[in-house]
Design a protein around this ligand. Structure first.
Ligand code: ZN
Length: 408
């Protein structure tokens, strides 16, 4: 009887044929004996992680794959980033994400990342707790130049525009209400007042004077975007009955996992960079199946290498995954193993696409098919067929004989 699940998402794994790889995708071109063995022994298919023709964001596609349809549970990126850096929000609070950047005295953006500042903790501290228009702003630094903000107060709305113009050489945008409601107008007014107060504090900060003296760009503005309201999200355990944990290096994925109430399990060297310790993550995943029913593992570099157009790097990294996948063969025989991706990132596009992604589900007693390798072409011939991302957890519940919440 299958009782536990290891659920591995390779970010942006799917790709398109590349001429320089002999018309194969990086996954097809890579030498992957271990992944092929899993595909041979399991059942394969292709997944449109959100739906056919929809280009997925990493946040919404993860929610959908994990059984939380974005239409019901996603209000914006802000809350995911906020929980990812350890902030909590209640219903009625609004969260935003932001970059510490550099602006001139007219608020024209000189650098959206303050020269890719390595650590923004001190800058976040200086503007943490600002209260304007009866709204309190809690600010925490994320990785590098990133930060998350939670707004608490009466009558807030996430229906506001971004301040971040997403380009340099133009002025910071005024935050405006998306709709003509009192709540949205009030929230936008508070965000603008916060930005002004934060700029004043950051501009005069000793650390920024020192940065300028060293020829570095000051981190004098928090460019906000991605407003979202905190929704009531049932925990993974309440929704599916699984005690769940997450092994990930990237903040966004830890944020998604935290949002759905998974514990975070740390692995040394899990950097979300190509040097990341994939073997350590797989080894840890096997180990923690002793304590958890559901282990979500996220592996990032397949996506970042593809966004750089580095198809050889992506292929090499897939071979590194394959070598590490030896560890997965040590899983006990009551564990269901799922290998898939959150979207395709074709190296020639250097961005996400709506192409479906391969999936393999492997476990004792699970049906198999004729597929002998883990790849886009081969999995398209698999027994699972081509289906939408909300079907993945349905299959997992079916195969682990859990009660489905998706109707009888
Ligand atoms: Zn992604």
């Amino acid at each position: 009887m299958l009782r536990k699940v290891v659920f591995v998402v390779f970010d942006g794994l799917g790709d398109r044929p590349i001429e320089a790889l002999g018309g194969l995708t990086p996954l097809e071109a890579a030498r992957t004996p271990n992944l092929d063995l899993i595909a041979s022994a399991g059942i394969c298919g292709m997944v449109y992680t959100i739906g056919r023709g929809v280009m997925p964001g990493s946040d919404t596609s993860h929610l959908n794959l994990l059984g939380y349809p974005p239409s019901e549970f996603y209000t914006g990126r802000g809350p995911i980033e906020a929980v990812g850096v350890g902030l909590r929000g209640a219903a009625g609070d609004v969260a935003l994400r932001g970059n510490f950047g550099t602006v001139d005295s007219d608020w024209v953006v000189r650098d959206r990342r303050a020269g890719r500042i390595a650590n923004a903790t001190r800058f976040a501290q200086v503007i943490d707790g600002i209260t304007v228009e009866d709204v309190r702003f809690t600010v925490r630094a994320g990785t590098a130049h990133r930060a998350a903000v939670v707004m608490q107060g009466q009558g807030l709305s996430s229906q506001i525009t971004a301040m971040d113009p997403k380009e340099e050489g133009v002025q910071v945008r005024c935050c405006n209400p998306l709709y003509d409601t009192r709540e949205a107008s009030h929230t936008a007014k508070a965000v603008n007042a916060f930005a002004k107060e934060a700029y004043g504090r950051l501009r005069d900060l000793q650390e920024n004077r020192e940065r300028e003296a060293q020829g570095l760009l000051p981190a004098n503005f928090l460019l906000l975007r991605g407003a979202g309201a905190f929704a009531q999200v049932p925990s993974f355990r309440d929704r599916f009955g699984f005690r769940a944990c997450c092994i990930a290096g990237g903040g966004l994925y830890k944020g998604v996992a935290t949002l759905v109430g998974m514990d975070l399990v740390e692995v040394e060297g899990a950097t979300a960079q190509p040097d990341t310790n994939v073997r350590g993550k797989f080894r840890k995943a096997v180990e923690v199946t002793a304590d958890y029913d559901f282990v979500f593992v996220h592996v990032k570099p397949t996506d970042s290498l593809a966004e750089d157009g580095n198809f050889l790097g992506k292929k090499d990294f897939i071979e590194k995954i394959d070598a590490a996948a030896e560890e997965l063969r040590k899983l006990a025989d009551d564990v269901l193993l799922v290998l898939t991706a959150d979207h395709s990132t074709p190296c020639e596009l250097k961005k996400h696409s709506a192409d479906p992604v391969p999936i393999v589900i492997h476990g004792r007693g699970v049906r198999t098919d004729a597929v002998k390798s883990f790849g886009e072409r081969s999995c398209a011939q698999g027994g699972l067929g081509i289906f939408d991302g909300d079907g993945v957890m349905k299959e997992v519940l079916n195969l682990t004989a859990r009660t489905s919440i998706f109707g009888s």
